[in-house]
Ligand binder design. Structure first.
Ligand code: K7E
Ligand code: CUA
Ligand code: CA
Length: 642
């Protein structure tokens, strides 16, 4: 098909409903207003779509009886709350929130010294950042499936990546990426490109969205043609930045191949435009591939520069410098138009880019991209094995492990199920190949989509979750701010069946779903993990070193080890609390009125807080977590002498 036809011209699509929405969408874009503010057509019985009403059998599959456990974990990005949410599926119950980038009063995230050290502080001891915007979360791999070690999540605002330990479900490291703004897509590698023995995640790739002057210190402000974005590799263990690649375009999502050789990011602004009309001026942008082994060879050989005060090696991955396949570090595969999302198929063969401003999905065969790097494929564009129309505003794609892809259609408010092999046949000229298998109306304007085990070799094609950006009329009205609507769909059969609506606070964006037996969380800490632990209640007490005072306390229901402790006005107090209760689910809290202190300690956990004793008086430090029949009585008295 001609590339000209891939744009959002009304001729490109035949159906009346789509023609209508198409026009509206284009108008909306031109005006710079989200087209989806218009109430979309919602007729669930639109011909050619599955009925939106749940099938009779569907209810039983999401409703768990009291006491029943879910069969899948879902890891959801928390959006503006800056946390990671743990859901049980298929029930959709939210089980846990793991604070990462933003303070959290329950656990004392951003209050305790340990969490502040992870989050990062200014010289005055205050948190460096208190806002975040998380989008994408992915977990570590081994043998092409999740191995339960880590999950990572991005903060777009401040370009931070957080790592969550999946044994304790806590954030243990945060790294701020240098030289970038709008860090967006994130994906761990699945193997090492050179050493086959390393069949697990050792790198995390991070794509940045915005192009900025490099260094961004006041120079080149009026020279947007010099602004550039970067692609960053972070070490999965140390969480240090290994290297960066200077690129053209703005990164949306990131994907990685199963053999570790390739990473990719879809570029929607290959025009390097500053305004949106510039960003959509070209009919095609790019899916940008990174040859990981070559990049790391270049870094090893010293073929890199650095930017400003950053010491991170930066290699040149711009289009102009990488035209010769024999030496190229990157490959820009041309895809239409302002593409959104790039996703790796579970058979390890393809990356799929959705067109967003083109009604198409593009299928890129990874072995052919490698052939190009090896000089065996003359034209890089020949790595595209399908580019097929699927509907309006395609964004993200998930897989069922049976050869089908499921792509969200933002403008059509649909999920389209399409067969990848049939699409490839159609693209090759077999016009009888029917690649669209099913369409399902969703509610409304879906963005991310993921299926159970979708981006692993163990894709099992059971459940599909869709993050709908608009909920409109699906929940009780609560004023102007509507929740988003996470919809769950049964994809075990030929037709998709809508199972459930769940309201969520905006805006989760992305999530993964996997079998519960892949995780073996621990429910009690090990005191040896905490250098500050007070192992014996007899070690409790107050020690003074000039104006610095250390208070050691332990908790064992229903009492703290100290009934009271005394400090002086003007002291810098460090309070270390160790929970010596060692049975599951016995958490204590510690709150100090007027001192802005509140945190919890889980079984055999130690945390500390440091504050200035600037207000004299009596302060009842109380347990905040209902732990015992004598929970209300569980207190200690802080006496601050004038
Ligand atoms: Cu994951 Cu919007 Cu951040 Cu798509 S990107 S929705
Ligand atoms: Cu300890 Cu409540
Ligand atoms: Ca563009």
């Amino acid at each position: 098909m001609s590339h000209k036809k891939d744009d959002m011209s009304t001729e490109a699509v035949g159906l009346g409903r789509r023609r209508f929405l198409n026009t509206a969408a284009l108008t909306g874009l031109t005006l710079g207003v989200a087209a989806c503010n218009d109430k979309p057509e919602t007729a669930p019985a639109a011909s050619g779509t599955s009925a939106a009403a749940p099938a009779a059998h569907a209810n039983s599959s999401t409703h768990l009886k009291p006491g029943e456990l879910d069969t899948y974990y879902g890891i959801w990005s928390g959006g503006h709350t800056g946390d990671m949410r743990i859901l049980g599926l298929p029930s959709g119950r939210e089980i846990h929130r793991i604070p990462c980038f933003v303070p959290d009063a329950l656990v004392g995230w951003g209050v305790t010294n340990e969490s502040k050290a992870i989050m990062g502080t200014k010289p005055d001891g205050h948190l460096r950042y208190t806002v975040a915007d998380t989008h994408h979360t992915h977990a570590s791999y081994k043998d092409g499936n999740y191995d339960g070690r880590y999950a990572w999540i991005n903060d777009k605002i401040n370009s931070r990546i957080a790592r969550v330990r999946l044994d304790y479900f806590v954030c243990d490291k945060i790294t701020e990426l240098p030289n970038v703004q709008g860090f967006h897509g994130i994906f761990p590698d699945k193997a090492d490109p050179v050493d086959p023995a390393i069949n697990y995640t050792t790198r995390v790739f991070c794509g940045a969205e915005f192009a900025i002057p490099l260094p961004n210190n006041g120079g080149d402000i009026d020279k947007p043609e010099k602004y550039r974005s970067m692609f960053t590799c972070v070490d999965a263990e140390s969480m240090e930045v290994r290297w960066q690649v200077l690129i053209d375009g703005n990164c949306d999502l990131t994907a990685t191949s199963y053999d570790g050789k390739l990473a990719a990011t879809n570029q929607y602004n290959i025009e390097n435009g500053v305004h949106y009309e510039d960003m959509m001026s070209s009919e095609r942008d790019a899916c940008l591939f990174f040859n990981i082994a070559r990049i790391e060879e270049a870094v090893k050989a010293g073929k890199f520069t650095t930017v400003g005060t950053s010491k991170v090696p930066v290699v040149d991955g711009t289009r102009e410098s990488n035209k010769d396949p024999k030496t190229a570090l990157t490959a820009y595969v041309s895809v239409p138009k302002n593409p959104h999302g790039v996703n790796a198929s579970p058979d390890a063969k393809y990356f799929i880019c959705a067109g967003k401003l083109s009604p198409t999905a593009t299928v890129i065969e990874l072995s052919k991209v490698l052939d190009w790097f090896d000089g065996k494929l003359a034209e890089l564009d020949k790595a595209i094995v399908a580019e097929v129309e699927i509907g309006l505003g395609p964004l993200h794609t998930a897989f069922d492990g049976r050869g089908n892809a499921y792509t969200t259609l933002f403008l059509d408010s649909q999920v389209v199920k399409w067969n990848v092999d049939a699409a490839i046949k159609f693209h090759a000229g077999d016009k009888a190949a029917k690649y669209v298998v099913d369409r399902l109306d969703v509610h409304y304007q879906p963005g991310h989509i993921n299926a159970s085990q979708s981006e692993t070799r163990a894709a099992d094609g059971k459940y599909l979750a869709v993050g709908c950006k608009f909920s409109k009329d699906r929940f009780l009205p609560v004023g102007p701010l509507h929740p988003e609507n996470e919809q769950l769909i049964d994809i075990s059969g030929e037709k998709m069946v809508l199972l459930a609506d769940h309201p969520v606070r905006g805006e989760p964006h992305d999530f993964i779903i996997f079998k519960r037996d892949l995780l073996k969380p621990k429910q009690v800490y090990d005191l040896d993990e905490f250098p500050l632990a007070t192992k014996d209640p007899k070690e409790s007490g107050v020690t003074r070193n000039g104006k610095k005072v250390t208070v050691r306390i332990t908790s064992q229901a229903p009492a703290f080890s100290l009934r009271e402790f005394t400090v002086k006005k003007g002291d810098e107090v460090t309070l270390i609390l160790t929970n010596l209760d060692k049975i599951e689910d016995l958490t204590h809290g510690f709150a100090i009125p007027k001192y802005n202190v509140n945190f919890i300690v889980n079984p055999l956990e130690t945390k500390s807080v440091t504050f200035m004793a600037d207000q004299p008086g009596i302060f009842w430090c109380y347990c905040t977590h209902f732990c015992h029949a004598l929970h209300l009585e569980m207190r200690t008295r802080m006496i601050v002498e004038a």
